[in-house]
Write a protein that binds this ligand. Structure first.
Ligand SMILES: *[C@@H]1O[C@H](CO)[C@@H](O)[C@H](O)[C@H]1NC(C)=O
Ligand SMILES: *[C@@H]1O[C@H](CO)[C@@H](O)[C@H](O)[C@H]1NC(C)=O
Length: 344
């Protein structure tokens, strides 16, 4: 009897050790159950959560430099994960209120980067048992370093020239004053917003959807603030061009529709009443579809827009070497294969 008990307890101890080695697997090991909840997050969710880092890095640098004259390398170097510094970004000539708002946006983007990078890291690591870690079976860490960003005045000038389908003279300078900086800012957060709306239905785990909802809330708030500030100035002419702020926004939105290649998902500040809320009003401080719901875009549509090339496999624009992460890279690989076929 005594012998049996001791065998049984030895067996229990062995099972416990085994379970510890294998990490989470049964209800017995409650101390692992919280972390291992994350194990249910499929790889496709991780890829979709990682993709927006491309835009978050861009916004963090553009806002931080624009308002404060310094970027991630100065304020939060570990968030760059060693990626190269952005090209041509500089401090903008801003009035105190705009500078204050943009500084807040910059810090919000730092938070988004920090949380996204940390979440991806823990999603990836929390469910690997000491055993698999020991054998280094697990090797790919999701999340990626800051990609090369071209935030030079010339890069924004090119967007504006493409929007107007002719070169503006003198070239548009995003850093020259409040209005120019707000117009340049109009170019990006809205694209991120449509990306979060597009990603949400494809996410399978509630944890991923919670993260994206949180990012979407603040991103659309930023877009709303930028649009409201521009809306106040809708009929102001952008110096020295004889072109109003509203016309700039309409042209930038049309360009994004053209590059995205999936119909109308973008609208300027003043539209035909049929495009306004309930088809009844020309003022368009926020963008929405016929039911005033936000439009969604796929990662491919977003890449076509931010590359400025209309092609997800042809980097350019703000991303001279393309975006990073599994989704963006998968398209770049196609290009390499394509070139190989051509024998280049
Ligand atoms: C960067 O460092 C700060 C503290 O210095 C830390 O709180 C944060 O989690 C780190 N972020 C990453 C992505 O490692
Ligand atoms: C940055 O963009 C501008 C405008 O498109 C271009 O002239 C310049 O060569 C780019 N710089 C790099 C390093 O890609």
């Amino acid at each position: 009897m005594a012998l049996f008990t001791s065998t049984a307890s030895t067996t229990t101890a062995l099972i416990a050790i085994l379970l510890l080695l294998l990490g989470c697997s049964t209800g017995l090991q409650t101390q692992f159950s919280v972390q291992c909840f994350f194990k249910k997050i499929p790889k496709s969710d991780v890829d979709l959560l990682e993709f927006p880092l491309n835009l978050e890095y861009l916004e963090a640098e553009f806002f931080s430099w624009g308002a404060l004259g310094r970027g991630l390398d100065s304020f939060a170097p570990n968030l760059t994960m060693g990626g190269p510094p952005p090209i041509g970004v500089t401090k903008a000539k801003l009035s105190p209120v705009i500078k204050d708002i943009i500084a807040q946006f910059a810090l919000q983007e730092f938070g988004h980067l920090r949380f996204t990078l940390n979440s991806l890291y823990s999603l990836d690591n929390s469910c690997h048992s000491p055993f698999t870690r020991l054998l280094a079976i697990q090797k790919t860490v999701p999340g990626f370093p800051r990609p090369l960003l071209n935030l030079s005045a010339a890069s924004f000038a090119t967007v504006m020239n493409n929007a107007f389908e002719k070169p503006l003279e003198p070239p548009f300078d995003p850093y020259a004053n409040d209005i120019n900086y707000l117009l340049a800012s109009y170019v990006i957060p809205y694209v991120g917003l449509t990306g979060y709306v597009g990603a949400n239905p494809k996410l399978q785990s509630p944890t991923s959807r919670r993260l994206v909802a949180g990012l979407l809330g603040v991103e659309s708030g930023q877009d709303a603030v930028l649009r409201a500030l521009l809306y106040e100035r809708a009929f102001v002419k952008v110096y020295p061009y004889e072109i109003t702020v509203a016309e700039f926004t309409n042209k930038i939105s049309s360009l994004r529709n053209k590059l995205g290649k999936r119909g109308l998902k973008d609208e300027g500040l003043i539209v035909k009443p049929i495009q306004g809320a309930e088809g009844k009003i020309p003022g368009n401080v926020l963008v929405g579809d016929q039911y005033s719901l936000s439009f969604g875009r796929t990662p491919e549509e977003i890449l076509r827009i931010v590359y400025g090339t209309g092609k997800e496999d042809k980097p350019g624009g703000f991303y001279p070497k393309g975006g990073d992460g599994k989704i963006a890279k998968s398209h770049l690989r196609h290009e390499v294969m394509h070139f190989n076929k051509l024998g280049v």
